[in-house]
Design a protein around this ligand. Structure first.
Ligand code: SDN
Length: 143
């Protein structure tokens, strides 16, 4: 195994760990913690047509606003990430393209998948520390 291959493998595992904690924050509605996984000036767009949220405070506001539609609805949402494809860039950032399924379930109900998404991330990796510079989520039903 070459050094390059090994370091990409290590990075992949580090990124998976980062995503696991990040999505647990989101699915448990810990929006401050989720926003803290972005850089201070991080940009986040979760749905087509939505205005991108810029900066951590705006990301929290956007998520609080979005989740109001679930007030009084005992739904559980889980964001499942897979096929994490990493491409280190010349400027030191890492592009990460990921498939994401949003699975929802209500008490006694069957899990439903909606939407199926592709996540386009730009990561800033500094040693053990990863932060998201930008996240654009496209929805696969939008052609
Ligand atoms: O943070 C994400 C999201 C996300 O936040 C989403 C939100 O609603 C809030 C990372 C990766 C994927 C996603 C996907 C979504 C879907 C979006 C719209 C919806 O669920 O109806």
């Amino acid at each position: 195994m070459t050094t390059t291959t090994r370091s990409l493998t290590e990075l992949h595992s580090q990124v998976q760990h980062f995503y696991a904690h990040q999505m647990h924050h989101l699915d448990n509605r810990r929006f401050e913690e989720y926003a803290a996984t972005f850089t201070e000036d991080g940009v986040f767009q979760h749905s087509p047509g939505a205005e991108p949220a810029r900066g951590r405070a705006a990301i929290v506001r956007e998520l609080v606003e979005f989740h109001k539609k679930f007030d009084g609805d005992p739904v559980r949402r889980r964001h499942w990430f897979n096929q994490i494809a990493l491409e280190p860039q010349a400027d030191g950032t890492v592009r990460s393209t990921v498939y994401a399924l949003v699975v929802t379930v209500r008490p006694g109900g069957k899990p439903e998948i909606n939407p199926s998404c592709t996540v386009h991330d730009v990561l800033v990796v500094d040693g053990d520390h990863i932060r998201l510079k930008s996240r654009l989520v496209t929805h696969d039903q939008v052609f």
